[in-house]
Design a protein around this ligand. Sequence first.
Ligand SMILES: Cc1ncc(COP(=O)(O)O)c(C=O)c1O
Length: 391
Amino acid sequence: MLSHRISLLSESITVAISSLAKELKAQGKDILSFSAGEPDFDTPEAVKKAAIEAINGGFSKYTAVSGAPDVLKAVADKLKRDNDISYKPSDIIINVGAKHSLFSLFQVLLNHGDEVIIPSPYWVTYPEVVGYCGGKSVFLPTDDASAFKITPTQLKEAITAKTKILVLNNPSNPTGSLYSKDELSALADVLKGTDVLVIADEIYEKLLFDGLQFTSFASLSEDAFQRTITINGLSKSAAMPGWRFGYIATPNKGIIDALKKLQSQSVSNVTSIVQKAAIPALDGTIDEDIEFMRKTFEKRRDLAADALNKIDGISVVKPYGAFYLFVNTKDICADSMKFSKELLEYAGVAVVPGIGFGMDGYFRFSYATDEKSIIQGIERIGEFIKKNYGK
Ligand SMILES: Cc1ncc(COP(=O)(O)O)c(C=O)c1O
């Protein structure tokens, strides 16, 4: 009854862990969860107010497919101000979250057999959607020794006549790793003279620590600008995951026109109210809220990374961005699914197994939760390891 196409997609491996966590919670067990992929903060007041004003003002009709003109302008202005990239409003399309942006992009770009280079560990949606669209994922492995970053040599060796796209998620989910401007430039140099497009997923750009500055791939040079498709959204930086607002920016008119065609025959436009609510999240109005959240995440990163590194048998590289730690358990257990399931069953702590991101021997610990839970949870992890792995 079902299409062959849908059989190409698998449900996230992490669903197994979160279903088990829910089941245990329903049985009345005390479960601490560090599996969240979203900020624990509420959406800033200015955003809520803009949404209410849009509702009361009757902004309830269809908008243009790519977005209402003032919202497209707000995105273009944001990309100029924050990212030093000069996009025109017509270079932008607004989608139902950045996941939808990526889904649509792969739909319009990939032909059967096209290769997409993806640094690993990776956010699981990339290879799933690449496969669904007929493409082939080519993974470039990294580990904690390289701070989970690919090298120019790795990239050069991976490029073939079939390579169509490099996906660069900076800062990264699940590792929090961050490429510096020089590192990005070295990767951009490898691409010069090729037809490889770059999908720069910059959704965690605002969550940066230790005073580091973010560099957008498209801002590196004219060559990088032309080959880059910038993806961003408001789920992480503006604490708006449920609102569903993401966007794509590229100077390539052919790509934007194809995306508009696809969107016109699917969701038409992003909810009009959400579009209006996005303006204060883009124009600097909520910068103080963002800074408060960023500082809080930085404090929690220090707390969690330091506490996890005190546990014998596991280690974590302190990352510079996002709100995740990718913890190495290889010395005690290389099977991340087994480790995560037992940690949940015996210690009541939910983390995401590394295998869900293409890399066994690690787990992802999200610190998008309160300090008290972080302290308690890590204590439980320490006790669990001592008891079960004799360290
Ligand atoms: C790396 C990365 N890109 C994109 C997204 C999609 O975000 P959204 O669809 O909520 O905008 C996520 C969400 O987890 C992510 O981690």
